[in-house]
Ligand binder design. Structure first.
Ligand code: NAD
Ligand code: DAU
Length: 359
């Protein structure tokens, strides 16, 4: 049995990872530590395949005493660290929480893991793993002809979010080199799929389209992202934990390069087909260009040769298939959507972010 601490497991990717792990692995026992910020919800953990192997604890990763107690009680041999403030636009309007959770929180988690995984005479146990989930945004922005980001590309973050993730990556790396804590890091591109909070592009567009609301496109909409279906990301993380070399970084991506306008167009086409009676068809007419995001990265692309060659992982769900599945999931989960719509802080965020962009 593997005793696992998952942080941020009530958020988008963390909850998908817990579903994935309980479906595919019988010998795992999970403690899920999540503060349940606006981005986390216990509804994301409904219908788990084997719920007795999942134990939820509401708490903050910056709370050292709580972490200490959890490590003492559960004797973890694996930490999978998702918890973070994750939205670039929020980091522009209020960076402080990003510094606290993403940098301070990662530091506290590393410290507690180090303390509990220390062996005799200051050695560190090598049969454990601290896996850190990071992002392609730490590498900055590419021009149209530039080669894709590799694991050795210079770190050059452009938003407070990306800078806080880069700082946490550096801390994780340093615990390997200084204390021989067996760590690994995955830097992944844009995820999409079930349970993604509708402040991010794809779910926001699906929800606004259904409601006949404007589809806000920042700037000219020619920015490029490398989209990966979330289940492929979960499989990549588990592959690296099982087969990856401690101390190493692995880039993960979806091998595609659509512009934001192309993505929005694809979603509108899927909804045109799935909602033939919609009064808002063709949905693409709802597109509205708004003021650009400050420091907006123009293009991301991931070179995934290392994880492919060394560990045999590659994406299996292509963009068209992934978008079909994602749109279908949101159409089938109106209750989940309604509960978010009912939250006042969600409406406040939407107003705050988009009013500013209309001016
Ligand atoms: P998310 O915002 O959906 O979820 C974050 C979760 O962390 C939430 O459940 C929240 O309650 C929890 N959390 C926040 N602060 C906390 C704290 N102080 N203590 C405990 N829990 C806390 O994020 P996501 O999109 O699922 O991203 C998960 C991780 O993956 C993040 O580290 C992010 O940087 C990284 N990542 C995301 C993407 C993407 O496209 N979404 C891509 C690459 C990497
Ligand atoms: O690349 C990985 C990153 O992907 C993760 O590290 C982040 O946690 C995750 O939020 C995501 O960041 P992005 O900023 O790329 O994702 P977002 O969905 O916010 O935006 C995707 C693109 O769409 C980006 O170019 C901005 C644009 N956009 C976004 C929103 C919300 C719009 O044009 N309109 C919008 O309303």
């Amino acid at each position: 049995m593997k005793y696992i601490l998952i942080t941020g497991g009530a958020g988008f990717i963390g909850s998908n990872f817990i579903h994935y792990l309980l479906e595919t692995e019988s010998k795992v026992d999970i403690v899920n530590l999540d503060a349940l910020t606006y981005a986390g919800s216990l509804e994301n953990l409904n219908n788990l395949p084997d719920p007795d192997r999942h134990h939820f604890v509401q708490g903050d990763i910056c709370n050292r005493d709580l972490l200490d107690q959890l490590f003492r009680e559960h004797k973890f041999d694996l930490v999978v660290h998702f918890a973070a403030e994750s939205h670039v636009d929020r980091s522009i309007l209020g960076p402080e929480e990003f510094i606290r959770t993403n940098i301070q929180g990662t530091f506290v988690l590393l410290e507690v893991a180090r303390k509990h995984w220390q062996g005799q005479e200051n050695t560190t146990r090598q049969d454990v793993r601290f896996h850190h989930i990071s992002t392609d945004e730490v590498y900055g922005s590419l021009l149209p002809g530039d080669p894709a980001f590799s694991e050795t590309t210079q770190i050059a973050p452009n938003s407070p979010y990306a800078a806080s993730k880069a700082a946490s990556d550096h801390l994780v790396r340093s615990y390997y080199h200084t204390y021989w804590l067996p760590v690994s890091i995955t830097n992944c591109s844009n995820n999409y799929g079930p349970y993604q909070f509708p402040e991010k592009l794809i779910p926001l567009i699906i929800l606004n389209t259904q409601d006949g609301k404007p589809l806000p496109i920042y700037g000219d909409g020619q920015q490029i992202r490398d989209w990966l279906y979330v289940e492929d990301h979960c499989r990549a993380i588990w592959t690296v934990i099982q087969k990856g070399t401690p101390g190493e970084v692995y880039n993960v991506g979806g091998n595609n390069q659509p512009t934001n306008l192309e993505i929005v167009n694809k979603i509108c086409q899927v909804l045109d087909e799935k909602l033939p009676g919609s009064p808002f068809r063709p949905h693409i007419n709802l597109v509205k260009h708004v003021k650009d995001r400050p420091g907006h990265d123009r293009r991301y692309a991931m070179n995934i040769q290392k994880i492919k060659d060394e560990l045999g992982w590659e994406p299996t769900v292509n963009l068209d298939e992934g978008l079909q599945k994602t749109v279908a999931w949101y159409l089938d989960h109106q209750d989940w959507i309604n509960h978010i719509h009912e939250k006042q802080d969600y409406q406040v965020w939407i107003q705050k972010n988009y009013q500013r962009k209309d001016q």
